[in-house]
Design a protein around this ligand. Structure first.
Ligand code: ADP
Ligand code: MG
Ligand code: ZN
Length: 746
């Protein structure tokens, strides 16, 4: 094992944290709040850091560990997670190790000896280990310099992953009274936060709370009709990319995995009913890209630190928004564009509600029902998905177009399909009435469009009153209407084992009887060609790294081979972002390669030559491609948006400069005044507009804002707002922040 002896430690101490970032991790700049968190911890303060998944929490305690001398203890709840983190650190040349129950006696004592000799900078351990006899004395002997508690929400009964062992961690604080603690989690609810501070006995900790917006994730909701087919189509359209499909039941995960396997996709089921070793195997196979898709219940979750999960599909309705957010959050940790897709059907809601009716505790059932309704509200909402999702965490989202959700990307028009829905649903009704059973969607479409096929005649369905009443639309329009009506719960798919039929639901029956109910359906989706063009356009704007796909595949294959030889997950060798950048810039020397993000010194030494060989071999037989699109920033998650300002902002700025007030502009443009305020703030921040701050806020107010920003950072408005007290408005706040950001830029 590679190890770091004392002289190097002294050398590291003198290095700045920026240097560590570049040298060890190969990154050029910190992500939001990382620098602030690292500095606070190095100042000796206790720290609470609440950052969404993928924000880069590990770096927040690893960099201080490397910047200070001695050993940092990391508490981590999952054994599998520990090994992955340590593997990733060692791949970056950091002397890290872990102690847990998976090690045999010999290996454990070997590592303990290394700890006694001061060979390590980071030690990962599970809480139960800490309280095994004699361990606290060891920690004292090893002169632990800092303690990081990862996944710190596990300490709280209010969190979704309570672990009783975490409760004992306050004893650790008593044993190490002078050592700074840092607690990190992605769970932002106030109850959990309070628990964290009190249970871990933190001392006047510095709080850092990042925005929960995940700019590289796109959110899409699709009407659920035939989930297996829908999931299959989605996956095949994504090539070899990895993804997770969440389902509600164990049986559901197995059916989905079997169906995908039957189509040649490497898929595996994962649920709590599997043996522990089967679960570990499935997780491992997924991390190593031996399996492309995991079909899982929510049991598959924390600890999935795989950075290149490109999509998370929910094929069943999640039980609440918090879980939905955490589950979708497993996509795109590496900051590259990734998709979160929810297949939604009212039928799922009805089923879940029936379960709730059987619950024994009425209070719990009430809470669950409420949460479920919020989830449905999200799914049915016609406003930007980010407004609902972030609103749930008390964050306000005020951009006009987030550029990363189905609503913003294709504002779908709706049309009044009351009459067509009546026709279609009556047709289902008549089929059942005549034959005594339901048939498939295609059959219903044949009947409604007046087909004289043998099948139609066989059942005498050409004699139905609804035969041919839909001749005026082509078949695929009717198919789409049928699918949407199923998604809305007016019709339902009924499983007949090998095949599915479509029938009228109670809701559909009610609609047929009612006189004044209308049904709005979405305009028919585009043709395949239009969809493809749209997807390409979106990709170009999405912050994806466009690169030589042929070379990328070669690099990916070599990475897999290297990973398998070393028994490591592929991403530990090099991340997708690094490979894509290499497949775009065609570096031909080690120096050029070192400039690529994610290639630190150790990786350069270990894999640099191999990467260069793959590239030169490729270039011997292929021409270089030219890339003219702008490259997304490498230091922060790619944002799915055109940079710069949009037309709508420009329009506001023009009116403002012509002397109109915010209220006037809002009235003229038919927009909310808060939206206009946001436009003006972005004009200021981008240097397109200068304003007199005194027209917006007083000097006292400015002082209050500055103080609050020092405390909370300027990512989230809500805590600043709360600190500033009465009289503060979002408008004042936004303008003031914009003025300050501008002055920092110039
Ligand atoms: P979290 O624990 O907050 O979910 P991780 O610590 O697992 O996130 O980091 C997610 C990914 O982001 C990792 O692949 C990590 O290497 C990468 N990352 C972290 N910080 C930076 C940075 N400053 N620049 C580029 N990538 C980063
Ligand atoms: Mg983490
Ligand atoms: Zn949106």
């Amino acid at each position: 094992m590679w190890s770091q002896k004392t002289p190097n430690i002294r050398k590291l101490m003198s290095q700045s944290i920026d240097h560590i970032l570049k040298q060890t991790y190969g990154y050029d700049s910190f992500r939001p709040l990382q620098r602030e968190i690292i500095s606070a911890s190095l100042d000796g303060q206790d720290v609470v850091a609440i950052l969404p998944t993928g924000a880069g929490k590990s770096l927040c305690y690893q960099v201080p560990a490397l910047a200070r001398s001695g050993l940092t203890l990391v508490i981590s709840p999952l054994i599998a997670l520990m090994k992955d983190q340590v593997d990733a650190l060692v791949a970056n040349g950091v002397a890290a190790t872990y102690l847990n129950s998976t090690l045999d006696r010999h290996e454990a004592s070997h590592r303990m000896a290394g700890l006694d000799a001061g060979e390590y900078r980071l030690l990962y351990a599970a809480p139960e280990r800490i309280f095994s006899t004699g361990f606290i004395d060891c920690l004292k002997r090893w002169k632990v310099q800092a303690v990081a508690v990862d996944e710190a929400h596990c300490v709280s009964e209010w969190g979704h992953d309570f672990r009783p062992e975490y409760r004992q961690l306050s004893q650790l604080r008593q044993a190490l009274p002078d050592v700074p603690f840092i607690a990190l989690t992605a769970t932002a609810t106030p109850r959990v936060k309070e628990d964290l501070v009190s249970q871990l006995d933190l001392r006047q900790p510095a709080h850092f709370l990042a925005s929960f917006n995940r700019p590289n994730l796109s959110y899409t909701i699709i009407g659920k009709s035939k989930p297996v087919d829908q999931v299959y189509e989605y996956i095949t359209a994504r090539g070899q990319e990895s993804g997770i499909v969440y389902l509600q039941s164990r049986k559901g995960t197995e059916q989905m995995a079997n169906a995908l396997q039957a189509e040649g996709i490497k898929a595996l089921a994962y649920h709590a009913g599997l043996q522990i070793d089967e679960r570990a195997k499935a997780q491992e196979a997924f991390l190593r890209d031996d399996v492309q898709v995991i079909c899982a219940t929510v049991a598959f979750g924390m600890g999935i630190d795989k950075p290149n999960v490109r999509y998370v599909i929910h094929a069943d309705l999640p039980k609440n928004i918090e879980s939905y957010y955490q589950e979708t959050g497993r996509a795109g940790r590496d900051g590259l564009p990734s998709d979160c897709v929810l297949l939604f059907s009212k039928g799922d809601l009805m089923r879940n509600l029936r379960f709730l009716d059987e619950m024994e505790d009425p209070q719990a059932a009430k809470v669950a029902r409420e949460q479920m309704n919020q989830m449905v509200g999200y799914a049915e909402s016609l406003q930007c998905r980010r407004i609902d999702l972030l609103g749930y965490f008390g964050e306000s989202w005020t951009e006009d177009n987030c550029g990363g959700c189905d609503i913003c990307l294709n504002p779908v028009e709706e049309w009044d399909a009351t009459l067509e829905s009546k026709k279609f649903l009556s047709c289902l009704y008549r089929i059942k009435e005549r034959s005594g059973f339901e048939l498939g969607l295609n059959h219903a479409v044949e009947v409604i469009t007046g087909s004289q096929s043998a099948r139609v005649k066989k059942w005498h369905h050409h004699e139905l009153s609804t035969h041919g009443i839909g001749k005026d639309y082509p078949r695929d329009v009717w198919k789409d209407i049928g699918t949407q009506l199923t998604g809305l719960g007016y019709a339902q798919n009924i499983d007949k084992g090998d095949y599915q039929v479509i029938g009228l639901s109670d809701l559909g029956m009610q609609f047929l009887k009612s006189k004044d109910q209308t049904i709005l359906l979405k305009k028919r989706p585009q043709t395949e060609a239009e969809k493809k063009a749209e997807a390409e356009k979106r990709l170009a704007q999405s912050g994806a790294i466009i690169c030589d796909e042929g070379l990328f595949e070669q690099l990916r294959a070599r990475r897999k081979a290297l990973a398998d030889e070393r028994n490591l997950p592929a991403y530990v060798i090099l991340g997708d972002r690094s490979l894509r950048m290499a497949a775009r810039l065609y570096p031909q020397t080690l120096d050029e390669l070192a400039k690529i993000p994610g290639v630190g010194q150790q990786k350069l030494a270990d894999y640099g030559q191999t990467v260069l060989d793959v590239i030169s071999h490729w270039l011997a037989g292929n021409a270089k491609q030219e890339f003219t699109d702008e490259l997304p920033a490498s230091n922060k998650p790619a944002k799915r948006k055109n940079a710069g300002i949009g037309d709508t902002v420009a329009e506001t700025l023009k009116l403002y400069q012509s002397g109109q007030t915010i209220d006037q502009i809002a009235a003229t443009r038919g927009l909310k005044d808060t939206t206009i305020g946001t436009h003006i703030a972005s004009g200021i921040e981008n240097g397109l507009l200068e304003v007199d701050p005194r027209a917006f806020y007083t000097i006292e107010e400015e002082q209050k804002i500055i103080q609050a920003v020092a405390k909370h950072g300027d990512e989230k408005l809500r805590p600043i707002m709360d600190d500033c007290g009465a009289g503060m408005t979002y408008l004042k706040l936004k303008i003031c922040l914009a003025v300050q950001r501008r002055s920092r830029k110039s």
